[in-house]
Design a binder for this molecule. Structure first.
Ligand SMILES: Cc1ncc(COP(=O)(O)O)c(C=O)c1O
Length: 403
């Protein structure tokens, strides 16, 4: 199957220049359809919602329609399960503040040392209120979070297990569906950071049976916002943090409401993905799934080139799964050099107009645990489906001279 790379690239106006962008796990390019929709909203619907006059009614309907497309994207059962906010970090803070109002002193929360701080710091801060925070640590031999280690941490006081679907450093895909079942069997809930997964694979919150799932839309070809899914029954029971008289979801979790034009823009991502899946462009789950099947194959082809290159350089070591298998990893690949500092490698690549990056990527604990802080973390190449084989070959040529 040929990947329609020309069609794909034509949809992203920010790619029309000489830069090769491979820091996509930091932020992706924005679709033209999204840019158009944001402009359209500001020109046609720029009023306050909820009034009885025609423009306000039309604006409300336009926004509802955009939220319905996000519901389809993640396969939520109801639009009340879709909460939109400024960032994943902010949404997880909101969740931790609201849900902890339902817990008792001594209740336990499990976080991991693999996660981005977004899914750690908000939970860690609950320790001040006498909740117990436990850390599920990576097995540094397998470079995985081992399920048995989680079971050892869980007790009848465990309320929440906070995990990442894909580490933004390691790139490996965690078995979220299995973990959700295990966590539920133990009577707890699961909160998943889907930020590093969402640009690469289809989201299906019902199939996985997760309780909360959060991702950032500025890394999934959309505007600078984030989406949080929560199971309706759980959200209904949970106190919010909006004005007291606002008691329904999602509004009770959206203080000051959402940024209307950006939320309206989100439908542009769903429209694009469905069109990639099927030229009819009809919005459907099967078209989303077809789009991501193509994306997975294309990205694996690109990653294989990087894996093959690194195998020829004994001084380089992949930090994460040493494979391009799309079942096991996404196209975010990190490595370190036996001697060179990660910063020096990236800065030697910079003049070639290739955007890669070094650091801890706010997965600070992981980088500490792996003993990589001293060398400025890892070098991370994070590809998106709009990257080409030629771009990867150019990077490999440059890296070959640098390392
Ligand atoms: C895996 C992961 N989780 C969470 C975040 C935080 O996202 P946001 O910037 O939307 O708060 C990031 C951002 O880099 C990330 O990579």
């Amino acid at each position: 199957m040929t990947f329609p790379i020309d069609f794909v690239r034509s949809q992203f106006p920010g790619l029309n220049n000489d830069m090769i962008l491979m820091d996509n796990a930091g932020g992706s390019q924005t679709l033209q359809t999204v840019v158009d929709r944001i402009g359209h909203y500001l020109i046609n619907h720029d009023v306050q919602l909820g009034a009885s006059y025609t423009t306000s009614q039309a604006a409300g309907e336009a926004l509802d329609d955009a939220v319905a497309s996000v519901q389809l994207w993640i396969n939520a059962k109801a639009k009340e399960e879709v909460i939109i906010g400024p960032s994943t970090t902010a949404l997880l803070h909101i969740l931790s503040l609201c849900i902890s109002k339902q817990w008792q002193k001594g209740d336990e929360i499990i976080i991991t040392d693999v996660d981005h701080e977004a899914n750690r710091a908000c939970w860690n801060s609950l320790a001040k209120q006498a909740f117990v925070i436990k850390t599920w640590c990576i097995n540094t031999n397998s470079m995985q979070l081992e399920t048995d280690d989680l079971l050892d941490l869980m007790t009848d006081k465990t309320r929440m297990v906070c995990v990442t679907h894909v580490s933004n450093v390691l790139g490996n895909i965690n078995p979220i569906k299995d973990w959700a079942q295990l966590v539920h069997d133990q009577g707890a809930q699961i909160c998943v950071d889907g930020v590093a997964f969402a640009p690469h694979r289809s989201i299906d919150v019902q199939d996985w049976d997760v309780d909360y799932y959060v991702f950032s839309t500025y890394k999934t070809f959309g505007p600078h916002q984030a989406v949080m899914y929560g199971k309706q029954a759980l959200l209904e029971d949970m106190p919010g943090l909006n004005h007291e008289f606002i008691t329904t979801s999602p509004y009770k979790f959206q203080p000051g409401n959402v940024n209307y034009e950006l939320a309206y823009g989100l439908k542009g991502v769903v429209e694009y993905l469905c069109r990639l899946g099927n030229s009819s462009g009809k919005l459907s789950r099967s078209h989303l799934s077809l789009a991501f099947q193509q994306i997975a194959v294309h990205e694996a082809r690109l990653v294989q080139k990087l894996v093959d290159f690194i195998a020829t350089k004994p001084q380089l070591r992949i930090i994460g799964a040493n494979t391009s298998d799309p079942e096991q990893r996404v196209a975010t690949l990190s490595f370190v050099h036996e001697i060179m500092n990660s910063k020096d490698i990236v800065e030697a690549v910079d003049p070639h107009q290739i955007g890669i990056r070094f650091g801890d990527f706010y997965a600070v604990e992981l980088i500490k645990t792996l003993g990589l802080a001293e060398q400025n973390g890892v070098v991370r190449i994070s590809l998106a489906h709009y990257n080409t084989e030629a771009e990867v070959e150019k990077l490999i040529g440059v890296l070959g001279e640098v390392v």
